[in-house]
Design a protein. Structure first.
Length: 597
């Protein structure tokens, strides 16, 4: 071990060999400039340095910092004002209650991005319907540059900071325990009107979650009862409206009739933002609907008649028991779509039927009828429409076999088309969307294409076959007719005459008038109707029990009248609850007034 003297000697020896020089010119130059008060640098460099400092200044807490980080996004003014109000006035806890189509997702993305940039949010949870998980992830990634992930495995709750998941997944074991054990800086809940009943597991789960900031997104914060509104706001900010007893006493005359409206509206404006289409901030393009009746070929009609006779025969044998033959009604709908769709169903039915069953030869007779069909009336008309449109088109079909047939048919006619369906993984769905946007003219989608994708770059849609549920038709249309669509949207509905398709189109277009109804009215009317039975079951029973086409039309007229009555009931309730609607609209008016320059 060396002594200190030995160490010092070693250092002296090293210094003798190392020559060190100190350059003091910089000091002398700096000292000279200091004595003469400059010059310090060139004027150009000074201006650049000054502008750099100016650009980095945060002049006001109210100023959104995220906009400089979003070069590819141009938010609308009402979306920017909503984000500012949530940040400044509501301290990150708000109900975003814009009417349908005004971009609540964009507003939530702006708020999340702003909090991330300011360092106020690190861990966020976004709970949405399962069908919208992919859409939320894509929008946050692409539009906002936010590294959100779709929850797939248990470890992702902890490992990833920004997770998008369905409510059903998050609230069930083993995920529930993990999620409730975490602390979130921000919670976003889409379709939050599903939390209106505090007795539900959804409400209780959200109430237990530990969160600093919270956004609830819903276009219908109250539908039937002021109690729903109270529950939502209590979930967001407990005590904002007092206890339930005092809320009833101070603000409720009847479940849909408020009192002390001005005071209640002031309380709501502290936690709720509602932008409306009628405020004139957003102009939606038109829907141009064309119904195209088609006559089946003789061979197709023979198959349809044969299938109809077969299905009704099974219904009569079952003594009018709808449940035992409901699945067979699908055969009639498939015939109207394509021979390929009905062929697969018939073959599967043949395989499941006992070898000694008298049904087997009857099923095989129908299979033999399929062999005689050489063309598809609908496909021919679809091709004609696609060629006439000469632009991007999305075609919706109910059946996978019809999708495959259309893809091949279009390919044979030199039309570039790509598929979109539920069985594809997320990566492949994204790939199909990119191909449709950049290369293909046509997207052929099954029902999976009716949810969770945005196709504003396309404004032509063909319903190759129509679902029986009007809300599913509206979901399809909503893929193209939404905020950001710059063109009028053309909707072509194909229907085969003398078949159940003709009845369905008559119901949707004439009896329900769904293409003109706003989404809020449509889902309310359907909800009332389906308290007794589903619309699809009701239609199936009508089709199976009708003795003739005239009988079917009579029953359809009766069904149409029942929808008209329900529509009148809903409108009457809106009149009775005018104070409630007036109050909700006043929240929107307050916001509009406050943001005027």
């Amino acid at each position: 071990m060396q002594t200190s003297n030995e160490s010092n000697e070693r250092v002296r020896q090293l210094n003798d060999h190392v020559q060190m020089h100190f350059d003091r010119e910089w000091f002398e130059e700096l000292h000279g400039r200091a004595l003469g008060n400059g010059p310090w640098d060139g004027w150009t460099m000074y201006k650049l340095a000054y502008e750099t400092e100016q650009a980095g200044l945060i002049r006001s807490f109210d100023e959104l910092q995220c906009l400089t980080h979003l070069p590819g996004l141009v938010p609308m003014e009402h979306q920017l004002e909503t984000a500012r109000k949530v940040l400044v006035d509501m301290r990150g806890r708000a109900i975003l209650a814009d009417e349908v189509g005004l971009g609540k997702t964009i507003e939530a993305g702006l708020i999340l991005k702003e909090y991330l940039i300011r360092g106020l949010v690190k861990k966020a949870l976004i709970l949405v319907p399962a069908s919208l998980v992919l859409q939320w992830v894509r929008e946050l990634n692409q539009k906002f540059g936010i590294p959100a992930v779709a929850q797939k495995k248990e470890y992702m709750w902890v490992q990833n900071d920004i997770v998008v998941a369905s409510m059903d997944t998050a609230k069930r074991d083993p995920h529930r325990e993990i999620v409730l054990g975490l602390e979130y800086d921000l919670l976003i809940v889409d379709e939050a009107h599903k939390l209106k009943n505090k007795k539900t597991t959804n409400y209780q789960f959200i109430n237990e979650l530990r969160k600093k900031y919270c956004l609830l997104l819903t276009a219908t914060p109250v539908q039937n009862d002021l109690k729903e509104l109270y529950n939502l706001i209590t979930l967001l900010k407990p005590g904002q409206l007092g206890g339930q007893t005092s809320f009833q006493a101070n603000f409720v005359v009847d479940k849909r009739v408020p009192k002390n409206e001005e005071q209640l509206q002031q309380e709501l404006s502290k936690v709720m933002i509602r932008n409306r289409r009628s405020d004139g901030n957003v102009n939606f393009t038109k829907r141009i609907v064309r119904n195209i009746p088609l006559q089946l070929s003789d061979e197709e009609q023979a198959l349809y008649d044969g299938v109809t006779h077969f299905v009704k025969g099974r219904y009569e044998e079952a003594g009018g028991d709808l449940g035992s033959v409901l699945s067979l009604v699908t055969l009639q709908r498939e015939v109207c779509s394509s021979r390929d769709a009905v062929f697969i169903t018939l073959v599967n039915l043949f395989k499941k039927t006992a070898e000694d069953s008298p049904l087997r030869p009857k099923i095989w007779e129908l299979v033999e009828l399929i062999r005689g069909i050489k063309a598809n009336t609908k496909a021919e008309k679809t091709m004609e429409l696609v060629q006439d449109i000469n632009d991007k088109v999305i075609i919706f079909t109910e059946y996978r076999a019809s999708q495959e047939y259309l893809l091949q048919y279009l390919k044979d006619h030199k039309i570039t088309a790509v598929p979109y369906r539920g069985g594809m993984n997320r990566g492949k769905k994204d790939w199909m969307m990119d191909l449709f946007r950049n290369r293909a003219q046509v997207l052929v989608a099954t029902e999976a294409g009716g949810e969770g994708i945005n196709l504003q770059f396309c404004h032509n849609m063909i319903n190759f076959d129509l679902p029986w549920n009007p809300m599913r038709v509206e979901q399809r249309i909503g893929r193209v007719h939404r905020l950001g669509q710059k063109e009028d949207v053309n909707i072509f509905n194909l229907s085969t005459q003398g078949t159940i398709e003709e009845y369905i189109l008559s119901l949707l277009h004439e009896k329900i008038n769904m293409f003109e109804l706003v989404i809020g009215e449509l889902d309310t009317i359907l909800e009332r109707f389906e308290k007794k039975t589903s619309l699809e079951s009701h239609l199936a029973k009508m089709i199976l029990s009708s003795a003739s086409q005239e009988d079917m039309r009579r029953q359809l007229d009766d069904l149409g009248r029942s929808f008209t009555m329900l529509k009148s009931e809903v409108e009457q309730e809106q009149v009775e609850g005018a104070g409630l609607q007036r109050m909700l609209n006043a929240v929107g008016q307050t916001i509009q007034t406050e943001v005027q320059p």
